[in-house]
Write a protein that binds this ligand. Structure first.
Ligand SMILES: [Zn+2]
Length: 138
């Protein structure tokens, strides 16, 4: 075990593992130390090693650098997988509520037989389309 194995701080989480967890391809037990288990090979030198954690920038909390050559390997989130997904959904809904319903959504609603007033935004249109589709299946 290298000393670097003990380095991670603040519950860092590995983006690729987060995605796998969301897709349901990994169990929770493998996320205890995801940055150690699933470090991808360095894109530059191909070495698979525990990455060095460095501060990120912009929306990224941290970055992982190749321990061998120092090249960037990937971004790391400071949020655990469940919270990342919750935040993603939250901001997605907010963004959709800012935009008017798209022509495709309106056409879809019409095709599904929606009789109500035009939806005020993408989030509302999306919800109504979902409800109509579920209603048809059930
Ligand atoms: Zn490298």
């Amino acid at each position: 075990m290298a000393e670097n194995d003990k380095a991670p701080l603040l519950g860092l989480h590995h983006a690729a593992v987060d995605a796998a967890v969301i897709k349901g391809t990994l169990t929770n037990s493998t996320t205890q130390q995801p940055h150690l288990r699933t470090a991808p090979p360095c894109p530059k030198c191909g070495v698979i090693a525990t990455p060095q954690i460095a501060p990120g920038n912009g929306p990224h909390a941290f970055r992982a650098n190749c321990a061998h050559c120092g090249s960037f390997v990937q971004w790391l989130s400071k949020y655990p997988p469940a919270e990342r997904e919750a935040r993603r959904q939250h901001y997605r809904q907010q963004a959709l509520a800012q935009k008017p319903a798209s022509p495709r959504q309106l056409a879809c609603l019409q095709a599904l037989g929606d009789a109500g007033p035009p939806p005020e935004n993408m989030a509302e249109a999306s919800e109504r389309i979902g409800n109509l589709k579920r209603g048809r299946v059930a």
